[in-house]
Ligand binder design. Structure first.
Ligand SMILES: [Zn+2]
Length: 186
């Protein structure tokens, strides 16, 4: 099994833009296998490398019985059509919010051997490709919600049983420690 733990909302790796893949080697193919196995075990439609704590521009997808992956994706939008519907994320488990996306997308990139690849996606596939490419830029689907939707989503996240209420820590500056939040020696 190459199923790996998925990083959850609040982990800084999910907010860090990923680096382009340079080496199309066995290590990359191991990463693609881990992404694919973990995504399938969780019944996800997609999983991006930062969700496994790896800062590389790679994602796996499993949409409408089409299983695959894409390395160094670049998105193009052939038209202005939009879609609106429920979207979720394996890093924000159990929560779904209506999210506006483009309806059609052409994603160009490479497979794990460095061969050029292209995904022409509509509907759910287009939504998945946009969601996963966002992950590679440190963007979460919450960022695509309007302010009211985001507020509602944050409230639901704070109430979720997986959410670690201890993190992120709130740093309080003690009046006795003037500028030294840990109250340790100067
Ligand atoms: Zn996600």
């Amino acid at each position: 099994m190459t199923v790996q733990p998925i990083r959850l909302f609040g982990d800084p790796v999910l907010r860090t833009p990923a680096e382009s893949v340079v080496d199309f080697d066995a290590e990359l193919r191991k990463l693609v296998a881990d992404l694919t196995d973990t995504m399938r075990e969780q019944n996800g439609a997609g999983l991006a490398a930062p969700q496994l704590g790896v800062g590389l521009r790679v994602f796996a997808f499993d949409v409408d019985d089409v299983l695959g992956h894409l390395v160094n994706p670049v998105l193009e939008f052939p038209d202005e059509e939009e879609q609106d519907g429920p979207e979720g994320c394996l890093s924000i488990p159990g929560l779904y919010f209506d999210t506006k996306r483009r309806l059609n997308v052409v994603a160009k990139g490479f497979n794990s051997y460095g061969d050029p690849m292209q995904i022409v996606g509509t509907g759910l596939m287009a939504r998945c490709v946009q969601h996963e490419t966002d992950h590679l830029d440190g963007v979460l689907f919450l960022d695509r919600l309007d302010p009211a939707g985001r507020k509602e989503a944050m409230k639901a996240i704070r109430q979720a049983d997986w959410y670690d209420r201890a993190a992120p820590p709130v740093v309080k500056v003690s009046p006795h420690g003037a500028g030294n939040p840990f109250g340790l020696g100067r």
